[in-house]
Design a protein around this ligand. Structure first.
Ligand code: 5AD
Ligand code: SF4
Ligand code: FES
Length: 369
């Protein structure tokens, strides 16, 4: 007998086919899904949003992912690399504005010089903030030793999107060489967790060749991995990339957007205490995209605090928002937007993943700085 969506939503966990059913929901069924996920969010992580100041400090990348606008062989990109002073200035801006934490993100580079540079920056950030600014790294695949060194220098969280948990699909999205192995990416994620990082992952939604079954598997992967944080958003085509030739296969943008919201809602129900970021890519499709995600389950937002004049050059996809704005603009803009979504901003709080605290047996959650 067919179960109704209302009955499905009474369950605490879902099978793959149930997730596919939820991902296909529309109309009143979709409204019910969003209502349920909003209620789970309010009950388990409260209607609070944490800010992470995002510093995209360099768009230089050694990799060539087929979907990404700053891939190595895209010669139309003006490459930049912020100075240490510029990075520290952006970190201080976030700290002075009472953000609990920052994210350091760049293209992927593996070298001893890069490792050392990040280590020095981490130490300087710990010093000026008196260890009061949580730092998340999003610097791709690195060796065990490098991950360990950064952890010991003060990084507490790491974001490494698996991009797709399906090895076959992953292969279609990346060159077939040593730099782009699915197995290596998965292994990196395991190492991060073993070292003790709050570990984050994510996927792109609405990719060419991707099925609803693939997306259901992605959510089950996150659950089985007991991930602490997730950032996932719609795939957005970029003209200077190999994947652009498959654009006819894509769902219309609004449908990709809705699918991304459904992914967030289902994940919130499946993993009640994790941190879910409202991906910037949501806003590339819908002007109120990030607020909509916050309403139905996301609880983290990453205001861009990269100095304004570099932002245009970190174009992973087309139509990336906030590229004409400065850090100050984004703060006041986001404050107004979050107030509209009836959430509070967790100023002066770390906003650690409650899931991490629970799995590590820590009692404190989201303590004040
Ligand atoms: N559309 C959406 N997201 C993208 N990313 C890279 N290229 C695109 C794109 N075209 C995401 C990847 C990567 C993160 C930094 O940005 O998931 O991990
Ligand atoms: Fe480099 Fe990341 Fe873009 Fe891949 S997705 S090309 S690793 S910046
Ligand atoms: Fe950057 Fe609104 S968040 S301008």
């Amino acid at each position: 007998m067919e179960r109704s969506i209302a009955q499905l939503l009474q369950l605490e966990s879902f099978t793959k086919s149930e997730i596919v059913e939820l991902l296909s929901s529309d109309g009143e069924d979709k409204v019910q899904l969003f209502k349920k996920s909003a209620a789970v969010k309010e009950k388990y992580v409260k209607n609070k949003v944490y800010f992470r100041g995002l510093i995209e400090f360099s768009n230089i990348c050694e990799k060539n992912c087929f979907y990404c606008g700053i891939r190595k062989t895209n010669m139309h990109v003006r490459r930049y690399n912020l100075s240490d002073d510029e990075i520290l200035h952006a970190a201080k801006f976030a700290f002075d504005n009472n953000y609990g934490s920052i994210v350091l993100q760049s293209g992927e580079i593996q070298s001893p010089v890069f490792t050392k540079r990040i280590e020095n920056l981490l130490k300087k950030i710990a010093r000026f903030s008196g260890n009061k600014l949580r730092v998340t790294l999003s610097l791709g695949e690195q060796s065990y030793k490098t991950y360990r060194q950064w952890f010991e220098s003060g990084a507490h969280r790491y974001l490494l999107r698996i991009e797709s948990s399906n090895p076959e699909l992953y292969k279609k999205l990346h060159p077939n060489d040593e730099l782009h192995r699915f197995e290596r990416r998965l292994e990196s994620l395991k190492i991060l967790k073993d070292i003790g990082y709050q570990t984050g992952t994510g996927v792109m939604i609405g990719l060419p060749f991707q099925t609803l079954e693939n997306l259901a598997d992605d959510l089950l992967f996150m659950k089985n991995f007991s991930i602490d944080m997730v950032g996932m958003g719609p795939y957005i085509e970029h003209a200077d990339t190999p994947l652009f030739q498959y654009r006819q296969m894509l769902l219309p943008k609004e449908e990709r957007f809705q699918l991304a919201l459904k992914m967030i809602a289902i994940l919130r129900i499946m993993m009640k205490d994790i941190n879910i970021a409202s991906a910037t890519a949501l806003q590339a499709i819908d002007k109120l995209g990030r607020e909509k995600a916050i309403k139905i389950g996301a609880n983290v937002i990453m205001p861009n605090v990269t100095p304004g004049y570099y932002r245009d050059d970190y174009a992973l996809y087309e139509n990336k928002p906030c590229t004409d704005e400065n850090p100050e603009d984004c703060i006041s803009c986001l404050e107004a937007r979050i107030a509209l979504s009836l959430n509070k901003i967790g100023f002066g709080e770390w906003g650690d993943s409650a899931h991490y605290n629970n799995r590590m047996g820590k009692t404190e959650t989201n303590q004040d700085i």
